[in-house]
Ligand binder design. Structure first.
Ligand SMILES: Cc1ncc(COP(=O)(O)O)c(C=O)c1O
Length: 423
């Protein structure tokens, strides 16, 4: 007999508006009562192995004791204090640690509370950078097809899927220079020529390095990233890298841009910054970008200030996560997961309906020709004891880095069963 839904679900569910969901027809969300390690516990007692680490955040697993201890002791001392005119130890320590970890002279950390907002901040920074230098008219961004940078207004405008998830807003959004991601030497040259021709209007180029996540988990090589960066430098166009998904080990190095040996002008961080605990993001600028805001003129100050920026609980969480990266072989774990995914996903390549299988770091993707019924697939995965949320035409895994081999095997066994049932 099916277990009774909890009272809080029956009473409150109707008042929740869920993300990306057609509320009239969507299946009810599953009631969660606890998390632990790599599992999500449902109110009916089922334990789901989480294959996507809560939208790529919980990189050290759930309820990590190091994280918990630091967050709890921070709650006891100070949960929040505004950053305007005041500063606290957690923020200063975190800013210094991020600057030390990031490549080059990405030294100036502007905190916010979500990835989309950190992108808005990066875009505003780039626009005001040019204006502060007295170069007016740099108001448009170059962005790439299949890119995704969040759901706020300017972030949507630089997304590469205007006719897809954000199509209701197409008439409302600023028109950007949306282009195919250049990969071949000819395309790179053409891209450089495009920058040269339009650079008086361009405030910057924005892209997700190595993996375009929410746009379909599409990969490109480090040499492509290096070549795009080189063209930006040649044409003196700012490069903004959105590492909200790729940052903190996901692609095998602490930051994806390290693999291309490049330093962007501005970088956006979020998601795994606090390892799936407290909401936080950051936009980090180089000395050059920051320098353009220094002046005797108050109008040249950067005009942005989220209420909860550098929230002390979030800073404690991010510092605790960086302690784990420092003290434990986290990148080795990513390498192990990469090896496991490479081996175990390969078996799906020859299944009917599968057009590609690809792995980078702790990202594994099974590209289907088409997924007819996403909702059914998601339910089938839950029924197999795993939390895997396919979207578009892909089934993907982005597990916590703490996931063990037998848990990874459980994920691939569930995929095997569900895919074979579909065929
Ligand atoms: C690359 C990238 N940028 C920005 C965002 C938006 O972040 P948030 O959902 O925290 O606003 C996401 C979220 O998936 C993302 O993957």
């Amino acid at each position: 007999m099916a277990k009774k839904l909890p009272d809080w679900f029956v009473e409150g569910y109707g008042n929740i508006w869920l993300p990306y969901a057609q509320m009239q027809t969507a299946d009810d969300a599953l009631p969660v009562v606890a998390t632990d390690g790599v599992t999500i516990e449902l109110s009916d007692g089922r334990q789901l192995i989480d294959g996507i680490a809560s939208w790529w955040t919980a990189c050290h697993g759930y309820n990590n004791p190091v994280m918990q201890e630091k967050i709890i002791s921070q709650v006891r001392n100070m949960s929040h204090v505004m950053l305007g005119g005041l500063v606290h130890e957690g923020a200063a320590t975190l800013a210094k640690r991020l600057a030390d970890l990031l490549p080059g002279d990405l030294n100036h950390v502007f905190f916010s509370e979500s990835g989309s907002v950190s992108v808005e901040i990066a875009l505003k920074m780039a626009v005001q950078y040019w204006s502060n230098l007295g170069e007016e008219g740099h108001h448009r961004f170059v962005c790439f097809q299949s890119g995704y940078h969040g759901d706020t207004t300017a972030a949507m405008s630089v997304g590469g899927n205007a006719s897809g998830m954000h199509k209701a807003f197409s008439g409302f959004l600023q028109q950007q220079f949306l282009r195919p991601l250049p990969e071949t030497p000819e395309e790179i040259l053409e891209f450089g020529a495009f920058l040269a021709e339009n650079k008086d209007q361009i405030a910057g180029v924005i892209m997700e390095p190595l993996v375009q996540g929410a746009g379909g988990m599409k990969f490109h090589g480090a040499e492509t990233l290096a070549a795009i960066s080189a063209q930006c430098q040649k044409q003196d166009v700012l490069l903004i890298l959105d590492e909200i998904f790729t940052g903190f080990g996901r692609t095998g190095t602490m930051f994806a841009c390290e693999q291309a040996g490049i330093t962007p002008d501005i970088i956006c961080l979020g998601k795994a910054l606090t390892a799936g605990t407290v909401a936080m993001a950051a936009t980090v600028a180089t000395d050059r970008v920051y320098g353009a805001f220094l002046s005797d003129d108050p109008d040249k100050a950067f005009m942005h200030g989220p209420t909860y920026m550098a929230n002390p609980l979030a800073c404690a969480a991010a510092n605790a996560s960086l302690d784990i990266f420092r003290d434990e072989p986290v990148l080795e774990r990513v390498k192990h997961i990469e090896g496991h995914l490479n081996q175990s996903l390969e078996q799906f390549r020859t299944l009917p309906g599968v057009v590609d299988v690809r792995v980078k770091g702790a990202v594994g993707v099974i590209q289907m020709e088409k997924i007819e019924d996403l909702a059914r697939l998601r339910t089938e995965f839950a029924n197999e004891g795993v939390w895997i949320r396919p979207f578009g035409d892909i089934i993907y895994l982005t597990p916590s880095f703490s996931m063990q081999s037998h848990e990874l095997a459980a994920l691939t066994q569930a995929i095997d069963k569900v895919l074979n049932r579909l065929n």
